[in-house]
Design a protein around this ligand. Sequence first.
Ligand code: ATP
Length: 350
Amino acid sequence: MKKLIIDNVSKQFGEVAALNQVHLELEEGKMLAVLGPSGCGKTTLLRAIAGFETPTTGRIIINGQTVFGPQANIKPEHRKIGYVPQHGVLFPHLSVEKNISFGLQGEAFSSKAQISKRVLEMLKLVGMTGLGQRMPHELSGGQQQRIALARALAPSPSLVLLDEPFSALDTGLRIALREEVKATLNAIGATAIMVTHDQEEALSMADLVAVMRQGECVQVSDPVSLYKYPSDIKVAKFVGDAIVLSAKVSQGTIQSCFGPLALATEGVRDSQSATIMIRPEQFVLANSDEPHFSGCVQKTIYYGHDALVHVLTSDQAGAQEIQMRISGARTFMPGERLGLKIAGPVMAYE
Ligand code: ATP
């Protein structure tokens, strides 16, 4: 059974279609990232699932139960959802323990002893055993975010919703916490949806990524497929760097300014005026005895672990300015000539 079905959900705010016939399905225990630029409808979608926003049309089904539809609109508190808002937002006047126990007054946790036991379990789960008596202002940003997660997970929700959970944190902490949160959710087999505008966050954390644009869900794929086979050029550029060129496609091969290229199976099969998309890391150094084209290094932007090398190609390639991503182990000087080839299949669009 699907844990969540969002069935053609639309939400209109006056003239603005914040959600336009969004359809998404999520399996139990999986993490879905909703990725898109500011204003594309991510938060509206999350709020509609949680019950804080009433869709204009469509159905939302959680665990086989219609929580929103023509005949249903279950209140947020009865949807069994754990919500982690954008900035953690702990109750400032309550201790860490009391923050976590806040939502545990229901039937499953009727006695004080049961509540205390659950709080201790949650503190352990998020790696904060012993800090239960602290007040929120005595915690770092990352610790506050972990307690917000513990609070959301304490009542064993059916579904966990995370709204840009790391946006307020600095880069190092954000990366560390991503892994921690993913491990915590995996440990309890939680089904989760995370909203983000950060493509790296979506690709590194999620099992499934839904890309939204102007209220529409334009692609739902696993991270690898999304990066390699984006459904259009806009998605390609949103999820990574992309070199976009004109080419012809016939009989499953791309005829490009770099010579014949392997076509990705998802690409358009035949077109006299196709657009192709190459990732910077697909440009690699060729051995002198294999087919290659040549280029001249213009400049190198060094990032440590890798470098972005700007190259002006020549030969049959004509004069194309490309950027290739290459291991930072070797340096390239302006004016250096390189023999290049393109590794892996290339996406082509009509
Ligand atoms: P961000 O990344 O900036 O948080 P978002 O993708 O979460 O953006 P939403 O907050 O869902 O986007 O907003 C989607 C659209 O709906 C926007 O055009 C926004 O202005 C509009 N909108 C959202 N809430 C309301 C509201 N309560 N009343 C009117 N318009 C709204």
